[in-house]
Design a protein around this ligand. Structure first.
Ligand SMILES: CC(=O)N[C@H]1[C@@H](OP(=O)(O)OP(=O)(O)OC[C@H]2O[C@@H](n3ccc(=O)[nH]c3=O)[C@H](O)[C@@H]2O)O[C@H](CO)[C@@H](O)[C@@H]1O[C@H](C)C(=O)N[C@@H](C)C(=O)N[C@H](CCC(=O)O)C(=O)O
Ligand SMILES: Nc1ncnc2c1ncn2[C@@H]1O[C@H](COP(=O)(O)OP(=O)(O)OP(=O)(O)O)[C@@H](O)[C@H]1O
Ligand SMILES: N[C@H](CCC[C@H](N)C(=O)O)C(=O)O
Ligand SMILES: [Mg+2]
Length: 500
């Protein structure tokens, strides 16, 4: 809680309503519908509407004042309005001032990239925790020192982010590791956060509903590596072509590169051996080599591991401690998560969050060597999201799996049939290229589809249920219902067992 005039001054703004200067700000909010007495409303620009339009409603609901864009259409009576040039910047500045600049008391690690953020941040949290109390913010949850809050977004909005940082700092955390989405960078959710480490995992197609094209998506991700955000070291994947480009773009910070194979990189691996139960090999680092052993499956996870190790090394964790700890890391919920209900189970079922062409391809390739008989892929694509990735995912599934089940993911407000049809364009094109046409089943009801895929499988098959991973809901229209691939798979496996 702060006096309005003090808060504005700290954030770098001048008071425009002397009669309100003494008012005590109890909360910051960006939703006029949720305003109450003691709130300072911030009218954010959105994809649907400009929040500045709702200043009058916010004030009527009890807000002390409303921060709005100086460019917005203003009412004749401007009582209670605070005009700023850039509301998004103002929101970030007010949020950090309101919560007392919590990021200044911790070391921040930001992980960006299309795939691997959640996995890498979990690995970083795990490797650091023995030495530093560490907070983790990401797609699944914000957690620190025994507190867990389920996330609504991969990167919290500025006000929530600063509030979480404050709670983590008050809880004694010395490090906060967070996923930084491209949406977050575009919307300046983490503006003002000084990152000691910024990690770039990779960039492949996604989010082209939000970004103009891949170059625009890349330019947005690259913002995290500029001096505004990055105060310490950049850690960049040299195996990714955008990563290679990014190395040349980082001007003001030292860079460490990593690679699975390239000895030019600062961190690279050798002699990797993949098994159904994980991977072993050697990791070369600027401080010497260590033995690598992890239960994570797939070469993409080795990339995540190297990125996490480089981060831990930069923050001062010894190579010995890392080599000792790493084999103990179990898994991340919903990432290559096996569903096992009985020793008698004769098929392998894996739930995974692959929801981009690149992740689906990597996952299918990673599962193939451990598939005794056929590799079966069930997936769908989210509605109100990048439509152009759908046929690409259809093509990948049809080419790399023996049998494909196309179903719904989160249709949101789109017609589910249209999403299935978009996917099928890619499936058909891939099948046309091949003489041995794969079996393809289309079933829009995800529950039924999981039941069919598991019931129809043969002993020794691997069934991949992709796209929703940890999600315990399905979004149909504007409604959110409980739905969990893991629970559905367990039930279907029980039915299969009882009929054997
Ligand atoms: C694209 C995007 O990020 N959209 C977010 C944005 O919605 P919007 O731009 O459509 O908002 P809007 O409806 O135009 O409203 C503009 C402003 O007016 C305010 N308003 C609106 C109506 C009203 O009566 N009163 C009022 O005050 C709203 O609270 C808002 O602040 O602002 C909304 C509320 O502030 C967010 O809920 C919404 O996130 C939506 C739910 C979302 O799904 N975002 C996803 C795409 C996202 O951010 N994903 C990333 C990346 C995930 C990944 O890595 O794959 C993430 O970090 O999670
Ligand atoms: N480094 C990687 N490269 C490519 N694919 C990966 C990588 N790491 C994980 N994957 C695949 O991508 C899926 C999502 O991984 P993860 O949740 O770690 O990514 P994310 O970047 O956090 O995704 P989101 O943008 O949805 O938050 C995994 O389930 C796996 O199939
Ligand atoms: N953070 C991603 C998650 C996608 C998960 C998938 N299940 C879907 O709903 O498309 C997004 O908002 O695009
Ligand atoms: Mg994530």
């Amino acid at each position: 809680m702060q006096k309005l005039s003090d808060l504005l001054k700290q954030a770098g703004y001048t008071s425009q309503n002397p009669e309100l200067d003494g008012s005590i700000v109890q909360r910051l909010t960006t939703d006029s519908r949720d305003c109450r007495a003691g709130d300072l409303f911030i009218g954010m620009p959105g994809t649907q509407v400009d929040g500045s339009k709702f200043a009058a409603q916010a004030l009527a609901n009890g807000a002390i004042a409303a921060v709005v864009s100086a460019q917005a259409e203003l009412p004749t009576d401007t009582t209670g309005l605070i005009l700023v040039e850039d509301v998004v910047v103002a929101c970030a500045k007010l949020a950090e001032a309101f919560y007392g600049y919590p990021a200044q008391t911790m070391k921040l690690v930001g992980v960006t990239g299309t795939n691997g953020k959640t996995t890498t941040t979990h690995l970083v949290e795990f490797l650091l925790s023995a030495q530093f109390p560490t907070a983790l913010f990401g797609t699944l949850y914000a957690r620190w020192q025994g507190h867990v809050k389920v996330s609504a977004h991969t990167t919290p909005f500025a006000i929530d982010l600063q509030s979480l940082l404050k709670q983590a700092a008050d809880g004694g955390c010395q490090v906060a590791v967070m996923e930084i989405s491209s949406h977050a960078l575009a919307q300046k959710r983490a503006l003002g956060c000084p990152f000691e480490v910024a990690v770039f995992t990779n960039l492949t197609q996604d989010h082209l509903d939000y970004h103009r094209d891949l170059e625009d998506y890349f330019a947005t991700k690259a913002l995290l590596f500029q001096a505004d955000y990055l105060k310490g070291r950049a850690i960049i994947n040299l195996d990714d072509t955008f990563g290679e480009r990014l190395v040349g773009m980082v001007q003001s910070s030292p860079v460490w590169t990593y690679s699975l194979t390239n000895p030019q990189a600062d961190f690279y691996t050798e002699n990797l051996t993949y098994g159904a139960n994980g991977v072993t090999g050697t990791l070369h680092t600027p401080l010497g080599a260590i033995a690598l052993k992890s239960s994570l499956v797939g070469s993409f996870n080795v990339a995540n591991i190297i990125a996490a190790i480089a981060t831990a090394v930069h923050l001062g964790v010894s190579l010995e401690a890392i080599a000792l700890q790493l084999p103990e890391f179990q898994s991340v919920p919903g990432r290559v998560e096996r569903v096992q209900v009985s020793d008698r189970q004769d098929v392998t079922v894996v739930v995974d969050y692959a929801h981009t062409p690149d992740s689906l391809e990597n996952l299918l390739k990673a599962m193939r060597p451990f598939t005794q008989r056929e590799l079966i892929c069930m997936f769908g694509c989210g509605g109100d999201r990048d439509r152009t990735k759908r046929p690409l995912m259809g093509g990948i599934a049809a080419r790399l799996a023996d049998r494909v089940y196309v179903t719904s993911d989160n249709p949101r407000t789109e017609d589910p049939q249209r999403i299935l049809a978009d996917i099928m364009v890619g499936v058909h094109a891939a099948i046309a290229e091949k003489s041995d046409a794969n079996a393809v089943t289309i079933e829009g009801d995800r529950r039924k589809c999981i039941q069919m895929a598991i019931a129809q499988a043969q002993s020794g098959d691997t069934i991949l249920l992709a796209g929703k991973g940890h999600e315990d809901y399905q979004i149909l229209g504007k409604e959110k219902i409980h739905f969990d691939d893991r629970e559905e798979a367990q039930a279907a496996l029980q039915v299969r067992l009882s009929s054997q």
